[in-house]
Design a protein around this ligand. Structure first.
Ligand code: F6R
Length: 261
């Protein structure tokens, strides 16, 4: 695992976008795993800008989102399909038929196994973008999730419901179930980029990077992945004990021609 501590949230997005650019420009049919929530929005803005500046094209790219609420139609402004269309897909040259978000309106078991099959059919995910919940969730794999789980329905934790309440109008139906890629599914991505900004994420980052491997912090499962890069700002890094070491690894990795994970 490599931990990159950026000076601010904007730099987190810039660094993250650079990895996406490298992937898209180096593969004929790149497969990108995407996340929703507040964290990746700045990265998506960077990708849109890169597209507008002719630095990349998404014509050959397939995307797979991590999760979707159960019971929200794709036209619902809080559905993750709606989010992806409005935050990214509408602004770039991607073929919408090549963008996959779990189906929150069909029979969940079938939707889950179909999603796994679609990922497989596209050759697996090359680069998975992740955020992290304050409780250490990745996707909607809440604490106690199986570390080898596959795409399935998951009950959202109270903290997640509280954190995401801000997106819903008062009195509006907020789903308490979601369909999410499993931790085992996520860990099959070739490369993983986890982004986090702000002090609210400091504890989760501490557990993820320096805590024990534990279902109590699902993100700690990334310790078992061969090529994960955690890009965080100084606020999200604040609780890490070995910040100086991570900075040293980053500096030396830039000078090396091989992995230093
Ligand atoms: C979103 C997702 C979640 C979020 C996490 C952080 O698709 O899977 O794991 O990444 O809840 O959300 P924000 O970025 O809003 O703090």
């Amino acid at each position: 695992m490599q931990v990159i501590i950026a000076s601010c949230a904007a730099e987190v997005a810039t660094l993250g976008a650079r990895y996406c650019l490298d992937l898209i420009n180096s593969k004929q049919s790149p497969v990108l795993g995407l996340a929703t929530g507040s964290t990746p929005v700045a990265l998506y803005k960077e990708l849109i800008e890169m597209y507008e500046n002719n630095q990349l094209s998404f014509k050959q790219t397939h995307t797979f989102n991590l999760d979707e609420y159960l019971g929200l139609a794709t036209s619902h402004p809080q559905s993750y399909r709606y989010f992806m269309n409005s935050q990214l897909f509408q602004h770039i040259d991607i073929d919408l038929n090549n963008t996959y978000v779990p189906n929150g309106m069909s029979e969940p078991k079938t939707a889950a196994s179909e999603y796994e099959a679609q990922i497989k059919h596209c050759g697996g995910i090359d680069l998975q973008i992740l955020g992290v919940g304050r409780n250490g969730h990745i996707g909607f794999n809440e604490p106690s999730s199986s570390l080898v789980s596959r795409t399935r329905v998951k009950t959202l934790a109270k903290q997640t419901l509280d954190d995401n309440k801000r997106f819903f109008n008062p009195g509006e139906f907020q789903p308490s179930l979601a369909i999410t890629m499993g931790i085992g599914t996520i860990l099959e991505a070739d490369k993983i980029l986890l982004l986090a900004t702000g002090s609210a994420k400091a504890n989760a980052i501490k557990e993820l990077v320096e805590g024990p491997l534990s279902a109590s912090c699902p993100a700690s499962a990334l310790q078992m992945h061969r090529d994960t890069i955690v890009i965080i700002d100084t606020q999200a890094a604040a609780a890490l004990e070995h910040q100086t070491y991570y900075q040293q690894v980053t500096t030396q990795t830039e000078q090396l021609d091989y992995n230093n994970d």
